[in-house]
Design a binder for this molecule. Structure first.
Ligand SMILES: [Zn+2]
Ligand SMILES: [Zn+2]
Length: 752
């Protein structure tokens, strides 16, 4: 009896499709003398395996422990079934199913093997072929129309594989076995120049684009998730023109290089930063500039650059041809859109939305089904922090602590929007949607697609309590139970959801602005979160926000507001800073501040940064949010020995932090922006510590969650963490989702 065969059915769930999982199963089956079959279905991968007990045990062990590096097994349910004396192991055709539970993989950067293929002149079908991919790389989510992830469910359906590609696709030992987007120059998609008289296609089209870049033109290139506007990063005239055309006088542009070594010419690159930069997710990584190698037009006033590597074969080929012409510089690769509109994904959109700018437009006939921006991250030591979560990360789900019976929608915020659908114990964040004023349709379409992929309709809708948010208004039109949440509490809950933390916890949200429960605008909030919910325990002493959102760009307004609060009048030292503000405007804003008309009270930390930055840098206006704060951060080189402390006072149940001493310090050091920057960063970090210590003394709580847009300031984040850790606190921060409003929707499963 001991040698008799046993048979098991195994259902593997997780990220197991589109990454070579079935060939892997096939290989370990053969190695362990197992017969049976494997197939993809909507639940994941289903296996029936038959063999001797020890062989079967080894098979199951290897299945769980040696899976391909790009896969992620969430569960592998095994049950014994009667043996049928099967003899061979086969890969069966995908089968349908009733419930959709399988994740679609995220898009992956071109792998080293495929790079070899496209630069090997002996490889007839793939030499310089810009759609080369294999099981380890290539498009996934951006081309997926439905589940399961199979070619016929993608936009590659219209391309019939040639006999050679078909053979690769069916050969278990081939790197392209069951690579759904597999194709070659014989059978696959082609690039072309949009609107060219007498069609310019293939390599000719790429060559035309390359020579335009060298000549200093701005071109458009269709990539994985949309078009980029691309040009030389070192041609001052061109960069200037691009800034003018995009109406983007200062905001940094993302750069692309072919290799990490090229990036290292311009930026410091730690071992971990190099790892993330060259990973299959291939995000834009924020890196410290090397001072003498700066390209000053790319990120004026800042000490860092955002770099990504050429992540598609098309980008690789463009760099190769550029270098053949002696052009060895990075390219600007910025989303092809104007203002905050969604990135353009097809020829019609780019011609309509960005007329007459790019010349030429390099497009292709592989349709983008899911619009997707590039992701942006930064690192502190070996930890990655996400600023924008999109390509390479979406739609990977975030595992939650417990399963919810309800399907929940987190509607998200209005800027840097993402939404989130929670199904079972998993949260699926949408790709970066952006500014809701400009991206409502993108939001609606992405929501209906994600619902379709997951096969669910949310029954609980969690939305911001701001009544005028576009996301709130949309949420209210949806069927299901509506639940309101305060913006900054939501930030804190996003950390709790991500780390599966249990209450009680002290939550700190340092942020721009969000609607508070007391008719003021919040932004530096300290909460106690317990099982019943959250309680506001501390904040910044509120000051008027003159002209509301206008103050985000006219940062002198917030400086005037704080100065008025502290000194009553503008002290002599600060008068020159306001020189470029018109007398009329100064008068109007002063009146707003004193009367409170059109000047709601705010405890925003983002706006305090604006005020301090204005006084340090003497720049009255900015052209993008947090610009001055980022410039101020760039001046911060080291931890200062002396710095002012916020005054903290207690009123009833609340602790109030007053920045008065900061402004006195600035008055005494007004000609030393670097000193102001270093002292202010340290003051804020110590204020966070002081507030947390006070709340902890009252509540005995030692766990702290930090979130909100201000924690994208690398210095604030690392100094706060250091101080809290040194004082015996356990600190949790956002890692899988952004700390800014792009991670907010993850709070949804915890909002009661
Ligand atoms: Zn590959
Ligand atoms: Zn082919």
């Amino acid at each position: 009896m001991k040698n008799q065969n046993q048979r098991k059915q195994i259902v593997v769930k997780g990220l197991v499709q589109g990454i070579g999982f079935r060939p892997f199963v096939y290989r370990i089956a053969k190695r362990n003398r197992i017969s049976g079959w494997v197939l993809n279905n909507v639940n994941g991968v289903k296996i029936q395996a038959e063999g001797k007990k020890t062989d079967l045990d080894n098979f199951v062990f290897q299945l769980k422990h040696n899976a391909p590096s790009l896969s992620r097994i969430d569960s592998a349910q095994t049950k014994p079934i009667p043996p049928i004396n099967s003899t061979d192991f086969i890969i069966k055709k995908s089968s349908g199913g009733t419930k959709k539970t399988t994740a679609i993989p995220s898009d992956l950067a071109i792998c080293p093997d495929c790079i070899k293929d496209i630069f090997n002149s002996k490889n007839k079908r793939r030499y310089l072929y810009p759609f080369t991919n294999c099981t380890n790389c290539g498009p996934r989510f951006t081309i997926a129309k439905s589940v399961p992830y199979d070619r016929k469910m993608t936009t590659m359906k219209r391309f019939k594989m040639c006999p050679d590609c078909q053979r690769e696709y069916e050969d278990i030992l081939d790197r392209r076995f069951h690579a759904q987007p597999n194709c070659c120059s014989v059978c696959g998609p082609q690039v072309y120049i949009v609107g060219s008289k007498g069609p310019i296609k293939g390599l000719k089209a790429i060559e035309k684009t390359v020579s335009a870049i060298i000549k200093g033109k701005i071109v458009a290139i269709k990539g994985l998730g949309g078009f980029h506007l691309a040009c030389s990063a070192v041609n001052k005239k061109t960069v200037k023109r691009l800034r003018k055309l995009k109406n983007r006088p200062d905001k940094p542009f993302a750069l692309m290089a072919q290799t990490a070594n090229q990036v290292e010419k311009y930026c410091r690159l730690s071992r971990y930063e190099r790892q993330v930069l060259t990973s299959p997710k291939a995000p834009i990584v924020m890196l410290e500039k090397k001072p003498r190698k700066d390209i000053p037009q790319i990120a004026p006033g800042l000490n860092h650059l955002g770099f990504m590597l050429a992540y598609t074969p098309l980008h690789q080929i463009i760099f190769k041809l550029l270098s053949k012409h002696g052009f060895n510089y990075p390219l600007i690769m910025t989303s092809a859109n104007l203002r905050d509109e969604p990135i353009c994904i097809d020829d019609e959109e780019i011609q309509k939305h960005i007329p007459n700018i790019p010349d030429p437009v390099l497009s292709h006939n592989r349709e983008i089904h899911n619009r997707m921006d590039d992701s942006v991250v930064f690192l502190i030591s070996d930890k990655t922090h996400i600023i924008r979560r999109a390509r390479g990360y979406v739609p990977d789900p975030i595992k939650l602590g417990k399963k919810d019976k309800n399907v929940i929608l987190g509607a998200g915020a209005d800027l840097k929007n993402t939404f989130c659908i929670v199904r079972g114990g998993e949260a699926y964040l949408s790709q970066y949607i952006g500014d809701m004023e400009d991206s409502q349709n993108f939001y609606k379409l992405s929501l209906s697609k994600l619902k379709e992929f997951l096969g669910v309709t949310p029954t609980r809708i969690v939305h911001d309590m701001h009544p005028d948010y576009v996301s709130t208004r949309l949420a209210k039109t949806m069927p299901g139970k509506k639940v309101k949440v305060q913006h900054h509490a939501s930030h804190v809950y996003s950390v709790m959801a991500e780390h599966r933390l249990k209450a009680p916890i002290i939550g700190v949200a340092l942020d721009g602005t969000g609607y508070g429960t007391d008719n003021t605008i919040w932004g530096s909030e300290f909460f106690l979160v317990n099982k019943k919910g959250w309680q506001r325990k501390g904040s910044l002493v509120p000051v008027p926000l003159p002209g509301g959102d206008k103050a985000v760009f006219e940062i002198w307004r917030m400086a005037l507001s704080h100065i008025t609060k502290v000194f009553g009048v503008v002290p002599k030292t600060f008068v020159p800073a306001f020189k470029s503000v018109s007398k009329n405007e100064f008068k109007t804003v002063s009146k707003m501040i004193s009367s409170g008309f059109n000047a709601p009270l705010t405890s925003s930390m983002g706006r305090l940064f604006d005020a301090v930055s204005f006084l340090a840098l003497k720049r009255p206006t900015v052209s993008y949010e947090a610009q001055a704060a980022m410039e101020l951060q760039s001046l911060c080189k080291k931890a200062p020995k002396t710095y002012p402390r916020f005054d903290i006072a207690q009123t009833g149940d609340m602790f109030w932090a007053n920045p008065l001493p900061i402004f006195e310090f600035i008055r005494k050091n007004s000609n030393s922006p670097q000193r102001i920057s270093e002292a202010f960063h340290m003051s804020v970090a110590n204020m966070v510590l002081d507030m947390v210590v006070l709340i902890s003394k009252q509540t005995k709580v030692k766990n702290v969650a930090l979130s909100g847009g201000v924690f994208q300031n690398k210095i604030i984040l690392s100094w706060c963490m250091d101080l809290l850790l040194k004082n015996g606190f356990k600190v949790y921060v956002n890692e899988q989702v952004p700390a800014n409003d792009g991670g907010l929707s993850l709070s949804a499963p915890l909002i009661k």
